[in-house]
Design a protein around this ligand. Structure first.
Ligand SMILES: [Mg+2]
Length: 163
């Protein structure tokens, strides 16, 4: 992640391109919020990554439908998100971000594909606050204060989840 919203993808691309100077080979993972899809910086980096065939760059978009100011679609709609990433030259996978088997299998397949010549975007569909009844889809918890009793309840509910 990074400080100013939208800048992590550019940073990740820079780390990927640095491999061409150092000779090292590694994957770079960048986590992005869906609200970040409204930032021009993201799309500049996306276009540049495809141009440079940054195959070791893997962006994971947390598609939870919410951002600081409320629902993403009420602020600035971002769909069709998968088509946008494909149009920018990326390989795209749309997955259930709460299905750990699907997450790990997608990452395994991406890692195993040595013929790919483009960056990868994994759009992980998620529920904001998943598993905590009073937080699920509540945008107020984006910056909400968690008092000790709230924390105890949240931990108990998460521990009771079936994964
Ligand atoms: Mg979000």
């Amino acid at each position: 992640s990074s400080g100013s919203i939208g800048h992590a993808l550019s940073g990740g691309l820079g780390m990927c391109l640095a491999q061409r100077f150092t000779g090292e080979v590694y994957d770079v993972f960048v986590m992005l919020g869906d609200g970040e899809m409204q930032e021009g910086q993201v799309w500049e980096a996306a276009m540049s990554a495809a141009h440079h065939k940054a195959r070791h760059l893997i962006a994971i978009v947390d598609r939870n439908g919410f951002q600081l100011d409320g629902e993403v679609d009420d602020v600035i709609g971002i769909e069709p998100l998968d088509e946008k990433w494909r149009a920018f030259g990326w390989e795209v996978h749309v997955i259930d971000g709460h299905n750990i088997a699907e997450v790990t299998e997608t990452l395994r397949r991406v890692k195993a594909d040595e013929t790919r010549d483009k960056p990868v975007c994994i759009i992980a569909k998620t529920v904001k606050g998943k598993g905590v009844s009073y937080m699920e889809t509540e945008p107020g918890w984006h910056l909400g204060y968690l008092d000790p009793e709230d924390a105890k309840r949240a931990i108990a509910e998460i521990e009771a989840m079936e994964i």
